[in-house]
Design a protein around this ligand. Structure first.
Ligand code: CP
Length: 343
């Protein structure tokens, strides 16, 4: 299976740090006049989106284009999926056009895993969010943002997030972002606390490698980063809290609460935000909120993942496992990160 990025839980500490370090190199490319690298020239990547997306879809496309890949964008809306075509037939149709990697977002948890392990296609599979399961590149871009802000851009190279206290607040039950973040942050040595009403915590939460609290105010004061989650109405089929007003009062972040956070602490949100629900406009627009920075960092992280899985040095083995490839592949910026113009 391990030619793919399906879950943040599949990454070792060394894998994750290598991706973060590679993303720093990719971010430096973005500062150059010519932002394009020839690394994936001749490779074709399809973005297969069965669920709506703004950030993830566009930043994968930007990352692929910056690495000079040929890009095919597929959205279920307007495709033959509406005529009943299956995931298998859709994927095989696309692969018949010569696809090297599939970036997939799907409403069904496990769809990327199925695509990667069923033998339907040979392409690398990257999970861009599946149901309530995983969103590994979101967790990586979040960790990248935390490392830059809490450790430092240069000081962070080679470092993890040991000892940093991260609080994740809100609709954990429906959040693939929360799952991926808990997995990755634990691997990177951070201490994670989830804060949510009991109705928005999944069964089995006691087995997750984190603390759980129902009291946001007492947790805020000892957090280095506070990540607010959107309440995912589209996945709810029942009433999980009395009113929106009551939810915001207990679990929303406003200016008064933010003022109680340590001075260095940051506010994060994966987006899209529901202003006035989990976060007020005052907080969302404050200097402490990294939501836009997270989007920028998403392009660097996705370039790093594509580079490490698909490009760069040709692997010694035809199909190395991603953990092996990620952990052992040497990153060689002088050879690999010359821009198209410099080549
Ligand atoms: N954070 C995130 O996945 O946003 P999109 O749904 O817009 O891709």
């Amino acid at each position: 299976m391990q030619r793919h990025l399906i879950s943040a839980a599949d990454l070792t500490r060394d894998d994750a740090v290598l991706i973060l370090d590679t993303a720093e190199e990719m971010a430096r490319v973005a500062d150059r006049p010519i932002k394009k690298l020839p690394t994936l020239r001749g490779r074709t990547v399809v973005n297969l989106f069965f669920e709506d997306s703004t950030r993830t879809r566009i930043s994968f496309e930007a990352a692929e284009k910056r690495l000079s890949a040929d890009v095919i964008n597929f959205t279920a809306k307007g495709s033959s999926v509406s005529k009943g075509e299956s995931l298998k037939d859709t994927a095989q149709t696309l692969e018949a056009m010569g696809v090297d990697a599939v970036v997939i977002r799907h409403g069904a948890s496990g769809a990327p895993y199925r695509l990667a392990t069923s033998g339907w296609i040979d392409a690398h599979v990257i999970n861009a969010g599946d149901g309530t399961h995983q969103h590994p590149t979101q967790a990586l871009l979040d960790a990248f943002t935390m490392r830059r802000r809490l450790v430092g851009r240069d000081a962070g190279i080679g470092q993890d997030l040991s000892g940093r206290r991260i609080t994740i607040v809100g609709d954990v039950l429906h959040s693939r972002v929360a799952r991926s973040n808990v997995d990755l942050l634990h691997t990177l040595g951070a201490e994670v606390t989830l804060v949510a009403p009991p109705t928005l915590l999944p069964v089995g939460i006691d087995t997750w490698p984190c603390e759980v609290s129902y009291d946001l105010d007492s947790t805020l004061t000892k957090s280095d980063a506070v990540m607010m989650l959107r309440v995912q109405r589209e996945r709810m089929n029942a009433a999980f809290f009395p009113t929106e007003r009551e939810y915001s009062r207990r679990y929303g972040l406003d200016g008064e609460r933010m003022a109680r956070m340590p001075e260095h602490a940051i506010v994060m949100h994966p987006g899209p935000m529901v202003r006035g629900m989990e976060i007020t406009a005052e907080v969302a627009d404050s200097d402490r909120c990294t939501v836009i920075e997270q989007v920028t960092n998403g392009v660097s992280i996705r370039m790093a993942v594509l580079y490490l899985l698909l490009g760069g040095n040709e692997p010694a083995l035809a199909h190395p496992s991603p953990t092996t490839a990620l952990a052992t592949r040497r990153f060689a910026p002088t050879a690999e990160l010359r821009t198209t113009e410099e080549k």
